[in-house]
Design a protein around this ligand. Structure first.
Ligand code: FAD
Length: 410
């Protein structure tokens, strides 16, 4: 093993949206940052439909222009269908002020773009390098990594775990706790679609609820240029009923819907169907004076409201102020200044995800209060990602208000 003489202020594990945004914002403030990324970029990862709230963090970091110039598919809302009912949400009809539009992005392109912006800001990124071990002592943090030339050891003052599903620190420090959500399974691929020959709004994600099982749902996320992402989420137990390849299972499930299967007539797979299960996760501790967990390396709830990348970017944004204060010698209360503010929005999304699977939110979305009703605007705000706006009563009282509203809407 070789010892790398250079000592970094901050080492970030992973160059997904959380890691790259944190690297950009820290490097812009003069921090000496190294990002260690396991894959070679571009690399595929799922999580393609952004929420308008995420634009705030891209704008704050000065990289929104680069994203806007990349010709991603614009997104302005969400449509919901269960074959017999249909509902449409426009993010413009929201309670919280701010962005009403965002993008649907191929993550290989989006994540490469964010990583390039981090490098432009002055962060170093070592691609195809894997963090194997992290040790803490009184003088800092020792990181063991592995690259093409073998293993090495380097030191830093603070380590940020943005390793997504890699969950490096939760594994090494035994921080993982089971998610409160049951184990679910996702199947997904990219397709050449035929949506432009049909009456279909490419500017909205389509969420289709299975006509018989309300806990099974499908996404259709159009990108630009006739390509879409399509996927399904269902319980592992239900998935066990289907035979054949991943592709056979995905298309068998789609065939059980009428509207979605009609929309996808003539679609052709562009990549092999992927499977992912047991992705929901939680941790007992998000931070300490020597580490912080960002994005999926901390808690991941569920994909249904496309909140993952927004939470990843929010966590990166929240990291910067306390970390800058600590690096300049101030004592920081990490629980109060980082974990607690992040939790406000995560808990709000959790209440919405629970209400989706328990049925109340589907009742509200398919029987919505009228458009000028301020309550509908509050719900639209959360679906647009504004889950940290405490002026919106659904942020802190989500479950209670959803239950009350669902009873009225029913
Ligand atoms: P990631 O994007 O996962 O990046 C982590 C990086 O760390 C990776 O590049 C990885 O290679 C690297 N890494 C891992 N281990 C190591 C290591 N040991 N050393 C070095 N590097 C390492 N979110 C949305 O916002 N919209 C959606 O539509 C959406 N759909 C989803 C659908 C499904 C089925 C699932 C499961 C999730 C979905 N998500 C969605 C969530 C989204 O995938 C994640 O929340 C998001 O990618 C988290 O970003 P991140 O930066 O935390 O991690």
């Amino acid at each position: 093993m070789t010892a790398n003489q250079k000592e970094y202020d901050v080492v970030i594990i992973g160059a997904g949206p959380a890691g790259s945004l944190a690297a950009t914002m820290l490097a812009q403030r003069g921090v000496n940052v190294l990002v260690i990324e396991k894959s070679g970029f571009p690399r595929f990862v799922i999580g393609e439909s952004l929420l308008p709230q995420s634009m705030v963090y891209l704008e704050k970091a000065g990289i929104l222009g680069a994203v806007e110039n990349a010709n991603f598919q614009r997104k302005n809302g969400a449509n919901f269908s269960d074959d017999s009912r249909y509902s449409s949400i426009n993010f413009g009809d929201k309670f919280t002020e701010g962005w009403s539009t965002t993008y649907q992005v191929q993550r290989e392109k989006f994540d490469s773009l964010l990583a390039k912006e981090a490098e432009k800001a002055g962060a170093e990124i070592w691609f195809e390098n894997t963090v194997l071990d992290v040790q803490f002592d009184n003088t800092g943090v020792a990181i063991t990594g592995r690259g093409q030339e073998g293993e090495y050891l380097l030191r830093c003052r603070f380590v940020v775990d943005a390793s997504g599903y890699g969950r490096v620190l939760p594994r090494l420090l035994n921080l993982s706790v089971p998610s409160t959500f049951p184990v679910r399974h996702a199947l997904f691929t990219h397709i050449d679609d035929t949506l432009d020959q049909q009456d279909f709004d490419r500017e909205k994600i389509l969420i289709t609820v299975h006509p018989q099982y309300s806990d099974i749902w499908f996404w259709l996320i159009p990108f630009s240029k006739g390509v879409s992402s399509v996927g399904v989420v269902c319980s592992t137990e239900h998935m066990g009923r289907y035979e054949g390849s991943s592709s056979d299972k995905l298309w068998a499930l789609i065939a059980e819907t009428s509207q979605l299967s009609e929309l996808l007539t003539g679609a052709k797979e562009r990549r092999l169907v992927s499977e992912l299960s047991g992705y929901s996760s939680n941790v007992s501790k998000m931070c300490s004076p020597q580490f912080a967990l960002l994005g999926n390396a901390g808690e991941f709830l569920d994909p249904v409201f496309s909140s993952g990348v927004t939470i990843a970017l929010k966590s990166a944004d929240l990291l910067v102020d306390p970390l800058m204060r600590q690096l300049s010698g101030e004592k920081v209360d990490w629980e109060e200044d980082f974990a607690a503010p992040l939790k406000v929005g995560v808990d709000c999304f959790r209440a919405f995800v629970e209400a989706w699977y328990e049925g109340e939110l589907q009742t509200i979305l398919f029987n919505p209060p009228s458009y000028d009703n301020p309550i509908k605007k509050m719900i639209v705000s959360i679906l647009a990602g504004y889950a940290w706006d405490e002026k919106n009563p659904f942020v802190k009282q989500g479950k209670r208000y959803i239950d009350l509203l669902a009873a009225q809407c029913a």
